[in-house]
Design a protein around this ligand. Structure first.
Ligand SMILES: *[C@@H]1O[C@H](CO)[C@@H](O)[C@H](O)[C@H]1NC(C)=O
Length: 116
């Protein structure tokens, strides 16, 4: 019986610590890139991107590339290949927002692409 009591206390403490950490971390964007990869990605797998600017809660300049499956990759802020991928995403978005263009290309290409 005493063992159960201890387990409950530990569990309670565990949740208290968890809650506390969630609250304190809320001030920092949870999705900061802490490092970037220079392994080039296939641009056709990327459907979205975001810029991460150092000093706005994050410590690094980076470009966050989002795949069709919502996986986020941390890429350098302004490498040539990254700009190439970004240009591709912009073009994709533009097309996928126009029914005519969307139908001309396969609909599948627009899967997971955000509206402008
Ligand atoms: C991040 O980029 C900005 C310009 O976009 C630049 O002024 C700043 O120095 C960069 N910071 C780092 C840590 O590279």
């Amino acid at each position: 019986m005493a063992l159960f009591g201890d387990a409950k206390l530990v569990l309670c403490l565990f949740f208290a610590i968890c809650c506390y950490m969630t609250v304190t971390q809320a001030e920092v964007p949870a999705d900061c890139c802490l490092s970037v990869t220079n392994a080039e990605v296939i641009k056709h797998a990327i459907v979205d991107y975001r810029r991460q600017v150092a000093g706005q809660g994050c410590t690094l300049n980076a470009t966050i590339l989002v795949t069709r499956r919502q996986k986020q990759l941390c890429a350098p802020a302004s490498e040539r290949w990254v700009e190439d991928v970004v240009a591709h995403v912009k073009q994709l978005r533009k097309c996928c927002n126009k029914a005519k263009c969307r139908q001309a290309n396969k609909k599948k290409r627009c899967l997971g692409v955000k509206a402008e």
